[in-house]
Design a protein around this ligand. Structure first.
Ligand SMILES: [Zn+2]
Length: 375
């Protein structure tokens, strides 16, 4: 196990439980609270790394499990690691694949030794032990490595939830023991399903293992919002103040602000980039679905005041036209806008925390007024 660099995460300012901070990695500093765009297959679809950076992203999430299946770890290693392979020189967090145990439904078997995944590409089986999950992420060269965990679906039976949570703890310990020394960070993941006492127990168990950062997993999978928030609070109550906290898979403006107010530092979600490819822009005033006929002659930019190239140079009517003609430029422009929107939201959150104005920002986003008004 690497000795955690004690200065890896610094909290710059607090506002209630919300914190603005800086997470230092081998490939640069992440200013928190931060949103991580998802490049599952080692790319933010249709964008150059420089365009992703210009949209304000400081860190990307890639999926170690998907990359191990295709194109394979050996090839990425020969290319000089994931940063060189994909041309991104900023921090990269790799997910271990635990979430695929729930989301893809293609796991044939999970036991204490490993999870057997079935490839969505060719149907072949990959047996992932906690040790293999660490080996893959280390060889990819990730800056932030995630433990292998066992999340459960909303509505799972309580015996299954407890068994999966206890397995998550045993796997976390094995991940920690298997991690060689190096200048990467290892994050533990707390589970516990939708039972507050089991959430608390899991967070306490994982926090006690001394990880560089701590994640809340298995939430935002279909449960009601009040349940999600209660589970989040139960988890965070056991996480040490001095470590970064990551809510896995949360991506709407209001949800992110609610989680920041509870003390979360890192977020990721496929939604902003996926919506873009489905002709939907995220803005301070809600989503804009460019397929709707009402935008046919709308010559305004997607979002007033946005300095992204899509808003600076093009209208809603033009973007709608590009989707209508099936031009990939439409995907590129709306993806750039949506990532820029998320970066601006997070920058507003950080400056509001530092300025002592975070409660007002949160109220403005919940009431649907422009987030920038208070930021
Ligand atoms: Zn824009």
């Amino acid at each position: 196990m690497l000795a955690p660099p004690v200065t890896a995460f610094t909290v710059v300012q607090r506002s209630g439980a919300a914190r603005a901070g800086a997470l230092h990695t081998a490939h640069g500093t992440i200013h928190t609270p931060a949103f991580m765009p998802v490049g599952t297959h080692a790319a933010i679809r249709a964008l150059l790394p420089g365009e992703v950076r210009a949209a304000g992203a400081e860190v990307l999430l890639c999926n170690a499990y998907h990359l191990a299946l295709r194109p394979g770890v050996e090839l990425i290693e020969r290319a000089g690691g994931l940063h060189a392979f994909m041309g991104w020189n900023g921090p990269i967090l790799t997910d271990s694949g635990g979430y695929q145990l729930v989301s893809l439904g293609r796991v044939t078997r999970v036991d204490d030794e490993a999870a057997d995944f079935v490839s969505p590409f060719d149907g072949t089986s990959l047996r992932v032990t906690p040790e293999l999950a660490m080996d893959i992420q280390v060889r990819l060269g990730a800056d932030i490595v995630m433990c292998l965990d066992h999340p459960v679906a909303w509505g799972a039976r309580q015996e299954l939830v407890r068994a999966a949570t206890e397995r998550t703890h045993r796997w976390a310990q094995r991940c920690r023991d298997a991690m060689p020394a190096g200048d990467r960070l290892l994050f533990g993941i707390a589970q516990g399903g939708f039972d507050a006492s089991l959430r608390t127990e899991s967070a306490r168990a994982v926090a006690a293992m001394g990880f560089d950062g701590l994640a809340v997993g298995g939430l935002s999978v279909g449960e009601p919002h009040d349940v999600m928030h209660a589970m989040l609070e139960a988890s965070l109550s056991q996480f040490p103040e001095e470590r970064p906290r990551y809510f896995m898979g949360l991506g709407t403006d209001a949800e992110i602000l609610a989680a920041v107010s509870a003390g979360v530092d890192l977020f990721d979600c496929v939604v902003p980039t996926r919506l873009a490819r489905h002709a939907t822009a995220v803005t301070d005033e809600g989503r804009i679905s460019l397929r709707k006929a009402g935008y046919r002659e709308d010559l305004r930019p997607l979002e007033a005041g946005c300095d992204c190239v899509a808003c600076a140079s093009f209208s809603r009517a033009y973007l709608r036209h590009l989707f209508g003609t099936g031009d990939i430029l439409a995907h590129r422009l709306v993806t750039v806008h949506n990532l820029t929107h998320m970066s601006r939201l997070m920058a507003g959150v950080r400056s509001a925390i530092v300025a002592g104005a975070f409660p007002q920002l949160q109220m403005s986003v919940q009431s649907g007024r422009p987030a920038s008004a208070a930021g």
